[in-house]
Design a binder for this molecule. Sequence first.
Ligand code: GLN
Length: 487
Amino acid sequence: MVGGCTEDREYWQVWYDIQSSNTFIDPHVDTTGMPRGYAGISKVAGIIEFWQKLRARHDNGFSRFQSLPHIIFRFTPTGSIMKHAQPGAGTKTPAPARSPFFSTHPSRADHFTESVIREMTRLSIAHNAINLAQGFPDFPCPLELKAAACTALHADLNQYAITWGAKDLREAIAARVAHYNGMHFNPETGITVTCGSTEAMMASMLALIHPGDEVIVPEPFYENYGPDAQISGAVPRYVPIGDDLAIDEEAWKAAVTKKSRAIILNSPNNPTGKVFTKNELAFVADLCIDHNVIAITDEIYEHIIYDGRSHISIGSLDGMDDRTITIGSFSKTYSVTGWRVGYALADEHLTERIRKIHDFLTVGAPAPLQRACVAALELPEAYYRDLASDYDRRRKILFNGLRHAGFECQLPEGAYYIFTDIAGFGMTDTEFARFLVEKIGVAAVPGSSFYHAGGETKLRFTFSKKDETLHDACERLARLNEMGIAS
Ligand code: GLN
């Protein structure tokens, strides 16, 4: 044994043998709710950094862990055998009934934490707060979809669909994308139906990335892209989207290297609401073409767009058809986030790889719901106009409420989030989010979850909720004003 963890009835202690080729750390503390058998990391720096992150989240109340012990690292001298760390530091924890010892190898799961967005939903439930954290509607999906789903179930469409998507759905997607996005895909070779856009993004990254390849990620970014990069072995290079939503072309150019493999785009953007203009997309397309880079573009909010703006798919620009993976989903457009039906559109060579990864990840998206998604694509154009105008109304309710409560914010150009500046409240994002969920009864997402570093002066609210939910939330937030917290 070269490393380990024990407790001396008072302190948890972890030690680590730096000499070993098979080093591992196992701060397993099951009685205090620690991660069971926390997998080892071969780099001390890695675990310290990870531990500090866990600790910070815990201290700010954003952890499912009840208490975290301090870790004592003991580095044994060359060739020496392991010595136990001495008591004297660490958090007192009750002695466990059993202290099983898990020895595990390093894992890619060691390098990121659980989703803060999803965690905020759990906290919101725990505090009976209004959940303006996770972006999902609290209103029903269209009747047509529910009816089609029931019909599919009753028609015994309850076995696997074709792994890359039911034929009728792929054909309907091809028609819709030709009409709305101006892109043409052969349903047999260019469309992969996935378990939500989350899987589409992960499968695309795994299909494309050789570990060590670089991906360019505009920041702030939707939380998932960080772990997506980690899991696929990509090295992220961040380029800023400023508060004015401008893109700094020089920074983007400088981020491209010989190792660049992909640029991850998200328009309309989560969390900023930015809608990339044709000129901006043309600039990104030129970068892709000049440097042989693929654009992976998450367009899940493509129909939620305001003030007469239009959505443009980068894949529709000249020269981009064979170097773009376009990701879409039924989740947001048809208010069915729990159905988990999305898709990836790409040329046949990219699609071949995406399909292989998709097949072994999930086999396929839910068959009866794929059938119901065909019905979604038969909805009239008026549906999309109403969707956008309903969200426009909700956007204004939340915007006015936030401004009244003392938040600095802009009306978003698209998507269904308002990314606020909270510097005036004198708390960090995690402190303030905790305060809001516990004392005000409204859940939001700490800004730092959208940055690889920074974001502590931001908080994201979603307005994907009924008008009355938003009015209720705004009333609660108005108490901030009454409390005189904002500067
Ligand atoms: N996209 C949504 C958000 O950003 C929901 C993400 C999720 O939890 N799958 O809140």
